[in-house]
Every structure is written in C-alpha cells, then in structure tokens.
Design a protein around this ligand. Structure first.
Ligand SMILES: [Cu+2]
Length: 149
C-alpha cells in the first residue's frame, strides 16, 4: 500500500512535469493578452507605419505594458514602383540605457523579421527604433518610439 502511494506520487510528479513542459511550449496560445504583445510594423522609405497605415513616431508612440513580452514583426513595405524597392532595412531598438536589440535584414526577398524583448526590463521606460542601414528612407526611419506603460 505504501509503495503504491509512492508510485502514485511519482506519477503525479511526472504528469506535472509533462504538463509544465507543454504549457511552457504552448505559452503563446495560453498567455493572456497582457503578458504577450505582438505588433506588426510596416517599414518603407516614408517611415514606420502600423497595420492601419498610420505613421508611427514621437507623435504616435507605441505603448506596451510593463513586463509584457513584446514581439515586433517588421515588414518590408516598399512600393514596387519606388526606387526603394531595392532597399534593405535592418531595425534596431534601443532603450534609454543603450540596451539594443537588432532585427535581421528585411528586403524584397525576405520581407519579415521579428524581435522580442521584455518591456520595461531593468527599469527601462522607453525605446527608440531606427534603421541601421543607409537606405533611401533613412531620414524617416529614425524615430519609432515605444513607451512602457
Ligand atoms: Cu532602412
């Protein structure tokens, strides 16, 4: 009887571990909206735009909840008729303490890249996004603003 109970305990522990591993890998599905934020940002020679084509910048900052995992998907959005269709962009996000994360390059044949970070980690309150490649739109791709709220 004792041994049975012991085995049952082990089984529960194993199940708990398996469940824990699964819930971890399915975190994106189960997480509530506050802990995970996904933003899609279009990048073109005119600047950074949200999904509704509103220009993003100091007058229209992105706001992300403190402590949330923020995934930003940068999408290459140059018009086919524009010279900038041949451009390459690579976006860096820098916090006020100079902590930086960079996307991989986006261009005509690789249109989407994402970055992920924890909003407000180490007391950070805001981030700035800019293209680190000399491109046609470089004067407009220098002031994406992300505020931690
Ligand atoms: Cu660029």
């Amino acid at each position: 009887m004792r041994e049975r109970n012991f085995n049952f305990g082990v089984m529960v522990t194993i199940l708990a571990c398996v469940f824990g591993a699964f819930s971890g890998s399915w975190g994106t599905v189960w997480a509530d909206s506050k802990s995970e934020v996904e933003l899609i940002i279009k990048v073109n020679e005119k600047g950074f735009f949200d999904e509704k084509d509103r220009v993003l910048g100091p007058k229209n900052p992105l706001k992300v909840p403190k402590g949330s995992t923020v995934k930003i998907v940068f999408v290459f959005d140059e018009a086919v008729k524009s010279l900038a269709i041949g451009d390459v962009h690579q976006i860096a996000i820098m916090a006020e303490d100079k902590w930086t994360v960079e996307s991989d390059k986006i261009w005509f044949f690789n249109r989407k890249e994402d970055i992920t970070f924890i909003a407000g980690e180490n007391g950070r309150t805001h981030y700035r996004g800019y293209c680190i490649i000399d491109c046609i739109g470089m004067d407009h791709l220098n002031n994406l603003v992300i505020e931690v709220v």
